[in-house]
Design a protein around this ligand. Structure first.
Ligand code: AMP
Length: 114
């Protein structure tokens, strides 16, 4: 999608710190990290939110989780603990409308989230 900032990252039209890429997904460092490890994992396909998934899109989810676990192991936080977050639509705090999963770790997390 032309005006989508994450599509621009997928298409290498703007710079990003990509840490993983395959034919389905890309993971890159969040530009405003909320934890020592803060990566965003996104499908290359432009889907605005989880609520916009069609039946054929659900296969993306296990793929994303597999990438998250791989990155967590590479970053040394798999045993300590990490959190995966998806914000869906305005009340959740979603600001970029290309679905993404936050991988956060490297510090003590709190519950409930704000
Ligand atoms: P959300 O609030 O769940 O939509 O999260 C959007 C995330 O995207 C925020 O954590 C931002 O810091 C991050 N973000 C926005 N633009 C960029 C960018 N160009 N490169 C990396 N991360 C970004």
């Amino acid at each position: 999608m032309r005006d989508c900032i994450f599509c621009k990252i997928v298409n290498k039209q703007i710079p990003s710190k990509i840490i993983y890429e395959d034919e389905i997904a890309v993971a890159f460092e969040d530009v405003n990290p909320q934890a020592p490890v803060h990566a965003l994992i996104i499908p290359k396909k432009h889907i605005p939110t989880l609520a916009d998934f069609s039946e054929e899109d659900y296969g993306i989810i296990p793929h994303i989780f597999k990438i998250a676990n791989r990155i967590a192991k590479e970053k040394g936080i798999a045993e300590r603990g990490y959190r995966i977050v998806n914000n869906c639509n305005a009340e959740s705090g979603q600001t970029v409308f290309h679905i993404h999963f936050h991988l956060l770790g490297g510090r003590q997390m709190h519950w409930p989230p704000g």
